[in-house]
Design a binder for this molecule. Structure first.
Ligand code: HEM
Length: 493
């Protein structure tokens, strides 16, 4: 097997994987043992990839054997009775139907269907940040949550405190729903614990409680869309599409399977999108010269008579490069999302990779690979511009899909996410100067660029920042658009 740190009998390297930011340890092991290294988590061989090329070689070029998922006893089997597609092996029929459902809902030509709601919600975001800049981070989260509920259930949310968001977040936050912090649950390394009498399986209690609640509210949401679709008041959305497809016999799922399937954008699409907007803000505080360059481009192309629109994208290459660099500089899904798993014995560069290995494309390390991204801690949108001599043909403006994963498991919400990032980043640049707050001596307080949460989706810890409206013309336009938007949003409420 690929080299790695020596483990102990039975537990392997389990005790060496820290519970605090294991992705940093993974990157260190990749430096020490090579970009393809291995450890044992209990009895599961685990491969850690530290360079994009190896992830492309295995997870993409050999996707027929690297597209499954490890067994998730807690998060999948107990918590949802294997109804969450994200954790299902790719051999399962339910996974194939789920994946097709998401692809049909969000592929590159379908994603523009959601431009309307993304644009409306981004105008709400501008107004909220203008009125209450201190809470910018909460408003970014609200934006992401509202777009997710709109594209999923055809209904927006005014606040993240609304029931639908809170329940979904509680479900995702339920400890056992965070599937991939490696070595977290004993039962994952030692599934024989499932043979204990049920009353002794202490780990079941919380997730089984949660499952009951999940079933109740996911079915409620499904039935709500069913009712609104019948009376013609529901916007085109993932759930209405799935129900129509089932009616036509194209989808064969029970109500519960369908209800869980359509809910996946909640876990996968809110923290990732909102966290990336937060990283953008952080980067603008630390690299003001990038902010200035991007604002010059927006000013040149859009001016102050109107705000940026989706059709401006091709004329804003520096803004697009800035978004790519945001996704690279501090990727939110630090471990590359949920681990892949291999379904056949394999050999790669002379090393043996056994069937059933978990494979982490450690995004934290991959995005800091100095060969691909020289000076990785610097924020350099220029890496993606055509005039820069690229280190790899896939590091460019249009094809940079590395932040979204690999092969048959690549993020199905990628186009929706990129559209959200473009419309918000370009409008925030157009509307505001983004500046650090000052201390009592008038000095800038620059936040720590490494202060991130210790979560599966690792996002910046709270930091302060000023959003200063560019000028009165911009202020008036944000106010006027807000008046306009309110009546248009009625049909989404
Ligand atoms: C900036 C925002 C986002 C980033 C950086 C991101 C990144 C990722 C990554 C790295 C993966 C793992 C891919 C792999 O296993 O190789 C993933 C999976 C996934 N993403 Fe996203 N994502 C984002 C937004 C979204 C949105 C908005 C949605 C839904 C509308 C979404 C839905 C999903 C789903 C359902 C999966 C699981 C796919 C599977 O298991 O087959 N993501 N994403």
């Amino acid at each position: 097997m690929p080299p790695g740190p020596l483990g102990l009998p039975w537990i392997g390297n389990r005790s060496q994987v820290p519970s605090f930011k294991p992705w940093i340890k993974f990157a260190e092991w990749n430096k020490e043992y090579g970009p393809v290294s291995s450890i044992m988590l209990g009895s599961t061989p685990t491969i850690i990839l530290g360079k994009a090329q190896h992830a492309w070689d295995l997870l993409e070029k050999r996707s027929e054997i690297y597209s499954s998922r490890p067994r998730f006893v807690m998060a999948s089997e107990i918590l949802s009775e294997d109804r969450r597609g994200l954790m299902l092996p790719n051999s399962s029929d339910l996974w194939k139907q789920w994946r097709k459902m998401l692809h049909n809902g969000f592929h590159v030509r379908k994603a523009p269907v959601y431009h309307t709601i993304q644009s409306l919600e981004s105008k709400v975001l501008l107004k909220q940040i203008m009125d209450d800049p201190k809470n910018f981070d909460g408003y970014m989260k609200r934006y992401a949550a509202s777009v997710v509920t709109s594209v999923t259930y055809g209904r927006r949310v005014e606040s993240v405190e609304e029931w639908v968001v809170k329940e979904n977040m509680a479900s995702m936050d339920c400890e056992s729903a965070l599937p991939t912090l490696p070595g977290k649950f004993l039962v994952e390394s030692w599934p024989w614990l499932l043979n204990l009498p049920r009353s002794l399986q202490w780990f079941r209690k919380d997730p089984e409680e949660r499952k009951k609640q999940d079933e109740h509210f996911l079915l409620y949401l499904l039935n709500d869309v069913r009712a609104r679709s019948k009376n013609g008041t529901c916007h085109d959305c993932l759930t209405s599409q799935a129900l129509a497809n089932r009616e036509e016999g194209k989808v064969v799922m029970t109500d519960l399977q369908l209800a869980y399937s359509v809910s996946s954008p909640f876990g996968a699409g809110i923290e990732t999108t909102a966290g990336t907007l937060s990283v953008f803000t952080l980067a603008m505080l630390i690299f003001p010269e990038v902010l200035k360059k991007a604002q010059e481009e927006v000013d040149r192309v859009v001016g102050s008579e109107r705000m940026p629109e989706f059709h401006d994208k091709d004329q804003l290459p520096y803004v697009t490069a800035l978004i790519n660099e945001t996704l690279r500089w501090r990727p939110i899904p630090v471990l590359g999302g949920t681990a892949h798993a291999s379904t056949a014995d394999d050999e790669y560069q002379g090393k043996f990779i056994p069937k059933g290995s978990s494979v982490y494309a450690n995004m934290y390390g991959i995005m800091r690979d100095e060969e691909l991204f020289p000076s990785p801690d610097d924020f350099q949108p220029e890496r993606f511009l055509p005039e820069t001599k690229t280190t790899h043909p896939r590091i460019n403006l249009k094809e940079f899909d590395l932040p979204f994963g690999f092969g048959r498991r690549i993020c199905p919400g990628m186009h929706l996410a990129l559209n959200s990032l473009f419309i918000n980043v370009s409008r925030l640049l157009w509307a505001f100067d983004i500046k650090p707050v000052k201390d009592k001596d008038g000095k800038d307080i620059i936040p720590d660029s490494h202060a991130f949460t210790n979560r599966f989706n690792s996002r910046p810890l709270p930091f302060d920042c000023q959003f200063i409206v560019q000028n009165d013309r911009v202020r008036n336009m944000i106010e006027a658009e807000w008046e306009n938007v309110r009546s248009q949003l009625d049909s989404w409420n």
